[in-house]
Design a protein around this ligand. Structure first.
Ligand SMILES: [Zn+2]
Length: 197
């Protein structure tokens, strides 16, 4: 028997995190019954986003531009560079803190067993940023998982090699907690109380 289009639509929704067959069915039915035109808009923006969004050449965050808006913003303070694991962390720090420096997004954590080494995290690009003039503080905001700590240690050594001061977020970030799931107050506190390592 040939699989129905409806069946395929429901299957495709299961690609989303936390979405199982039941939720997928509810989403598909909802769009078909009540939201056809918005469903089409969703399909169109999904298509464009999947094709056009790449990574910023400077900070690696998601953007459809060669250099993202944040990196192009002359108002931001180029003397501070904050290292995070994901674009969601950038958004969380922007929301919760007064930080107006620049970011570098690793897009992951060092995890040799999964084949994620320095090259996969763009650390060669970061190396060039570290040696650039005008940089005065490197803020490492990786998560407190084992991989996050390993990554932080590696980057701290890179910064030491060029005598760049490194700070890390203060206590308050729960062990194994990932930055993007922290509440704003805790993140703000951790960020403000960052300490030199
Ligand atoms: Zn950028």
């Amino acid at each position: 028997m040939r699989e129905s289009l409806l069946g395929e639509l429901m299957d495709r929704f299961c690609v989303l995190p936390g979405v199982g067959p039941k939720s997928a069915q509810r989403m598909a039915m909802h769009l078909l019954q009540r939201e056809r035109s918005r469903g089409l808009q969703l399909a169109q923006v999904m298509e464009r986003a999947m094709r056009e969004i790449g990574n910023c050449e400077r900070c690696r965050t998601f953007t459809e531009l060669a250099i993202c808006n944040r990196c192009q913003d002359a108002e931001r303070d180029g003397s501070k560079l904050c290292i995070v694991e994901s674009p969601s962390d950038v958004m969380a720090i922007d929301r919760a803190t007064e930080f107006k420096g620049l970011y570098f997004v690793l897009m992951g954590q060092l995890s040799p067993l999964d084949g994620i080494g320095p090259a996969e995290l763009g650390l060669d690009v970061l190396q060039q940023r570290l040696s650039a003039t005008g940089l005065e503080e490197l803020i490492i905001a990786t998560s407190s998982t084992v991989e996050g700590e390993t990554t932080a240690h590696y980057i701290t050594e890179m910064a030491r090699a060029v005598q760049l001061p490194v700070t890390r977020l203060a206590q308050g970030v729960p062990m194994g907690g990932e930055l993007e799931f922290l509440d704003g107050g805790t993140l703000q506190h951790a960020f403000k109380g960052r300490q030199q390592v």
